[in-house]
Ligand binder design. Structure first.
Ligand code: TMO
Length: 318
């Protein structure tokens, strides 16, 4: 009786092994390169290389492609890029949602990180404009932020145009006495900050967290009317009944990963790894720091980060 039972189990196990084997064989990842899009801020570039190097540890090949940070959602939807590692709610939530609605892209899970992207000032700015962080103080102090370029209006130095596209609409909707000037690169924002620091000149620039900036410059975000769902679409939402964008960005935004729907079938192992990946605020700030303060090349920063943080990622490869 007992040995019959054992035989039955053995036969069952053998049968299972036979039927499972082809499934495992078909679950091999394609040898085609996984296309990883790279944008124009350091944490995203370093994180892309960190994850690319993890894919390589699985045996995958990867290719990095420089891509516009809004157009990338359409590229992922079409399978031209395989994934996106930093979907920031404030800057990209709308483009991501639009692509989700069209189909072909999916949410591959949240990072642990909580994000914020908005108008920001280094703390010395408050001495010239003590009503901050309330946004209404910007109007009282506009002249202190004026430059030859902006006349008697204050200057807000925004990021490159592919990040947040609606600063000018917000200025209009909230009737802020400021002009939006877009920086050509993230580096131009940091150069402005370093230059302002020399004479403690008041400045308002675009900034975000997690970032390396918090380790170098204490500062605060301007508090605009709180973000509410629909503020960017429905004029009746927010304090100005006639205009959209009359609110700040989310103060506790998400940071998501996204993937092309076809990734699950073409690179199943890499896709499983992608869904497990989750970075924290300090980890992402560190990735930015390696490039923006330590001046490492992104590839080298990624290798150094992986070497110093094996306990973070080793479990994800199992
Ligand atoms: C998209 N960014 C993180 C620079 O705000």
């Amino acid at each position: 009786m007992k040995s019959n039972f054992k035989n039955a189990i053995a036969a069952l196990t053998f049968g299972l092994a036979l039927s499972v084997a082809p499934m495992i064989a078909s679950a091999e990842d394609s040898s085609d390169p996984i296309i990883i899009p790279i944008h124009n801020w350091s944490s995203q570039i370093v994180m892309s290389h960190v994850v690319g190097q993890l894919f390589q540890k699985l045996g995958n090949s990867v290719e990095y492609v420089s891509t516009d940070s809004q157009a990338v959602y359409e590229a992922v939807r079409q399978g031209d890029a395989t994934l996106e590692l930093e979907v920031w709610e404030g800057a990209f939530g709308a483009s991501f949602n639009a692509a989700l609605e069209k189909g072909g892209i999916h949410d591959a899970g949240d990072h642990n990180a909580v994000t914020r992207e908005d108008w920001w000032y280094p703390l010395w700015t408050k001495e010239s404009c003590p009503g901050l962080p309330d946004w209404k103080a910007l109007n009282e102090c506009a002249a202190k932020f004026a430059t030859p370029e902006t006349g008697d209006k204050g200057r807000f130095l925004g990021g490159p145009v592919d990040w947040l596209k609606h600063d000018a609409e917000r200025v209009d909707a909230l009737d802020i006495n400021f002009t939006v000037v877009n920086a050509g690169s993230a580096a131009a924002l940091w150069a402005e900050l370093a230059s302002a620091e020399k004479t403690k000149r008041p400045v308002v620039i675009f900034n975000w967290t997690p970032n390396f900036v918090e380790a170098l410059y204490p500062g605060e975000f301007v508090e605009f009317p709180k973000w509410v769902e629909g503020c960017n679409k429905d004029p009746s939402v927010g304090p100005n009944p006639d205009k959209t964008y009359d609110c700040g960005n989310p103060a506790t935004g998400y940071l998501k990963k996204a993937a092309w729907d076809g990734m699950k079938d073409k690179w199943p192992k890499a896709h499983t790894l992608l869904t497990k990946i989750s970075f924290t605020n300090p980890q992402i700030a560190e990735m930015a720091k390696l490039v923006d303060i330590d001046e490492m090349e992104p590839e080298d920063a990624a290798s150094a980060w992986l070497k110093a943080n094996e306990s973070v990622w080793s479990g994800w490869l199992k």
